[in-house]
Design a protein around this ligand. Structure first.
Ligand code: CTP
Length: 151
């Protein structure tokens, strides 16, 4: 079988089926580019049956919070999260963009109240493809590029 072999991990998380080229952004928003002791693997532009090409991120010793999974969904809506325990995939799920996004995204409008008060940001997902959200406070809409810059 012509398949690229990337080292298996013992315990941790494998984020698979990331759109090609988005793996680094996933690492960036999870703040994994800081030394934290765990092994981090990125496979970029790997062959995939479903996507043509994909990225894979493997993080030894880390399990994701719901907030982190939601961030990944915004960057890589096709991603699959695999929880690995004792070298086996113990759990597998697809990420999903929620209907409402709270706390993880900054509003791009500098005058928005959510950028000035102790307010938790809140957005409504207007469209998933292409990605578009609307701020609950100032009604500004943000599209993919702006969303990625404000995560
Ligand atoms: N994986 C890993 N370390 C392990 C077990 C699995 O890094 N100990 C990785 C695999 O390399 C793969 C992902 O976790 O990228 C999912 O593993 P698995 O479910 O076995 O692969 P597939 O069946 O190909 O997954 P899918 O059906 O989601 O494409």
């Amino acid at each position: 079988m012509a398949e690229l072999k990337v080292t298996a991990i013992r315990e941790g998380t494998v984020i698979d089926h990331i759109p090609a080229g988005k793996g680094l952004k996933v690492i960036e928003i999870l703040r994994l580019n800081r030394p934290n002791g765990g092994v981090l693997l990125l496979a970029s532009n790997v062959h995939s049956g479903k996507l043509g090409r994909k990225d894979i991120v493997k993080i030894e010793g880390k399990f994701l919070s719901e907030e982190e999974v939601n961030k990944i969904a915004l960057i890589a809506p096709t991603a699959t999260v695999n929880i690995v325990r004792d070298y086996k995939v113990a759990e597998k799920f697809k990420v999903e963009i929620p209907d409402e996004i709270t706390g993880i995204l900054r509003c791009a409008n500098p005058n928005c109240v959510s950028n000035h008060e102790y307010t938790v940001s809140k957005f409504y997902v207007v469209s998933r493809e292409p990605l578009k959200v609307r701020c609950h406070y100032c009604e500004r809409t943000m599209e993919e590029e702006e969303i990625l810059r404000n995560l």
